[in-house]
Design a protein around this ligand. Structure first.
Ligand code: ADP
Ligand code: MG
Length: 261
């Protein structure tokens, strides 16, 4: 049951004035953003600016203390306040987590499962889908990311680039409403980075909804519809990549860009 999901104008995720602290450390100080359907939104900013936290709050891996999160127009319902605020509806939490698949910097594949088993695991055990159907889809997604021949090997037998592509196939096999990437290429050698970027670009061209935290300004510039520059838990500047990278306005963004390229 997804509300408004037939209306393409409803963003997959909308975040309004989100606040998040770890103890006394305020990490998000009132951040608002949307992930429109079919769009790629990139989050850039210095280490510690709150990018991962924002992504983790969006799919409810982290609690937040104030502000709203809407999934396909449906506001998360909360109980408690401030540091005690938690989502109140476990079914809603499950629906959101399974519809916003994360791809992490460190791949997070199960070492004791083959690549095919890794991709099949969540659709079968979490979504309760038919094993045969999931296997067919898993093979299709592994083909799509170019490692259809690796079904029966274990993650440790693959390169980092192949492991990350397996992690992307695993996220796709959940058939989520959006993909959330947290620095998907940061752990990879430059030559392996490219094969992962190619896959992410292809997904962008297919019109998938994605939020990508990245250090790779070239990728962000190439594939994003919208780029958000976070600085110390606030959006310092945002806009179309050609404006943000071509004509940055804020001094902090100018500094950040000159330090990263
Ligand atoms: P980024 O992804 O932009 O590098 P993060 O969102 O990971 O930034 O972190 C933002 C800030 O929150 C940093 O100061 C970091 O040390 C802190 N932080 C992140 N996770 C935790 C945690 N689980 N407990 C305490 N502090 C955290
Ligand atoms: Mg991070």
């Amino acid at each position: 049951m997804l509300t408004n999901n037939s209306n393409p104008a409803t963003p997959v995720i909308e975040i309004r004035d989100l606040h998040k602290a770890y103890g006394d450390l305020e990490v998000l100080k009132g951040v608002s953003m949307t992930a429109p359907r079919g769009h790629v939104t990139s989050l850039i900013g210095s280490s510690g600016s709150g990018k991962s936290t924002l992504l983790r709050c969006a799919n409810l891996l982290e609690d937040s203390q104030r502000g709203e999160i809407l999934f396909e127009g449906e506001p998360i319902s909360w109980k408690g306040e401030g540091l005690h605020r938690r989502p109140s509806d476990p079914k809603q939490v499950m629906r959101i987590r399974t519809n916003l698949s994360m791809v992490f910097q460190q791949f997070n594949l199960w070492a004791h499962l083959t690549v095919l088993e890794n991709v099949m695991e969540a659709p079968v055990t979490v979504l309760g889908r038919d094993r045969k159907e999931v296997e067919e889809k898993a093979r299709m997604y592994l083909d799509k990311v170019g490692i259809g021949d690796k079904c029966d090997v274990y993650p440790a037998q693959m390169s980092g680039g192949q492991q990350q592509r397996a992690a992307i196939a695993r996220a796709l096999c959940m058939e989520p409403r959006a993909l959330l990437f947290d620095e998907p290429t940061s752990a990879l050698d430059p030559e392996l980075e490219q094969e992962v970027i190619k896959v992410i670009k292809a997904l962008a061209e297919e019109g998938r909804t994605m939020i990508i935290v990245t250090h790779d300004m070239r990728m962000a510039s190439d594939i994003s519809d919208h780029v958000i520059f976070l600085h110390q838990g606030l959006i310092e500047e945002e806009g179309h990549p050609s404006d943000l990278f071509g004509a940055p306005k804020s001094e902090r963004l100018k500094q950040f860009l000159s330090a990263t390229v």
